[in-house]
Design a protein around this ligand. Structure first.
Ligand code: LHQ
Length: 264
């Protein structure tokens, strides 16, 4: 691991917990935190002991997006290339989250602003503390939503709500985010940590080979015709049917016991 304190890493019962850890800055991203988070998701790809990921934040916020202090225009001699920032720092992590064939749970423990909100929306199952709010803060500083925000907001919410959130930068509360389908659930603040860890552990103990392919199939659906999707389901179900987890699941059902899934 990187050894960076900006992302705390712990592996427990198959769950790799990644905790954004710059609480004084509401876990805003500096370069070190970018690299540490990316390394965490790379490990999730490479380490068979990791069967699910739990992403959360330390302190009262989840993530306030880019650290704006590190980008003070008053100290700059020329205009920045933010496209390069996205290409080299944000986009690789977004791609790692989406391509990881293991469940990624996000526990939004407090405010999620800018890229911080959109990284949460890229995760597979998002729980948020009832007091949390999501802010497309970009419009306030003359930017467009990034970290996949234009993609996920428009797909999940449709254009009217996506445009209004992005253009007004109005905070969206966790309960409304859940009602709109932008996240899975709003949870009482004091229950969030335990409930999200329990969910991640139960996914990690599940048939993670099939869960990974479920993620792949659902993510492919938006760009596929029904015929293409039916073909994909056929191919992936063929693989699932050959897995030890499928044999174990059916055997456990017939023997009226709990299955012991291995993720293969
Ligand atoms: C912060 C930040 C922050 C530094 C709070 N930076 N210190 C991609 C490409 C390249 C460049 C640009 O960006 C991007 C993607 C993006 O993410 S752009 C969007 C960047 N984020 C924002 O614009 C959000 C800025 N923050 C806020 O609007 C507020 O802090 C929110 C609404 C998140 C929270 O408000 P409060 O609960 O009132 O907290 P606060 O404002 O008092 O913040 C607490 C501390 O955290 C404070 O420091 P201080 O030393 O005064 O206690 C803030 O300065 C610091 N902080 N966000 N992004």
């Amino acid at each position: 691991m990187s050894g960076s304190e900006t992302v705390l890493t712990a592996l427990e019962d198959g769950v790799l917990r990644l905790t954004l850890n710059r609480p004084d800055k509401l876990n805003a991203f500096n370069e070190e935190m970018h690299f540490a988070l990316r390394e965490g998701f790379r490990r999730a790809h490479d380490d068979a002991a990791v069967r699910a990921v739990l992403l959360t934040g330390a302190g009262r916020g989840f993530c306030a997006g880019q650290d704006l202090g590190a980008r003070d225009p008053r100290n700059a001699t020329e205009a920045p290339d933010l496209g390069r920032t996205l290409e080299t720092l944000y986009n690789p992590t977004l791609r790692l989250i989406r391509s990881l064939e293991k469940p990624v749970v996000c526990a939004v423990n407090g405010v999620a602003a800018g890229a911080g909100a959109n990284i949460a929306f890229a995760c597979d199952i998002v729980l948020a503390a009832r007091s949390a709010r999501f802010i497309q803060a970009f419009a306030k500083i003359g930017l467009i939503p990034d970290a996949g925000g234009t993609w996920s907001l428009s797909r999940i919410l449709g254009e009217p709500r996506a445009k209004a959130l992005a253009m007004t930068a109005e905070p969206l509360g966790a309960e409304t985010a859940a009602q709109w389908g932008l996240i899975w659930k709003a949870i009482d603040d004091e229950a969030l940590a335990a409930e999200s860890l329990a969910l991640a552990k139960s996914l990690a103990a599940g048939p993670t080979f099939a869960l990974g392919m479920t993620k792949r199939a659902i993510q492919a659906a938006g760009a596929n015709s029904l015929d293409e999707q039916l073909d994909l389901e056929r191919d992936l179900q063929r693989e699932a049917g050959r897995s030890a987890d499928y044999a174990e699941g059916v055997t456990a059902f017939l023997e009226k016991r709990k299955p012991d899934f291995k993720g293969r």
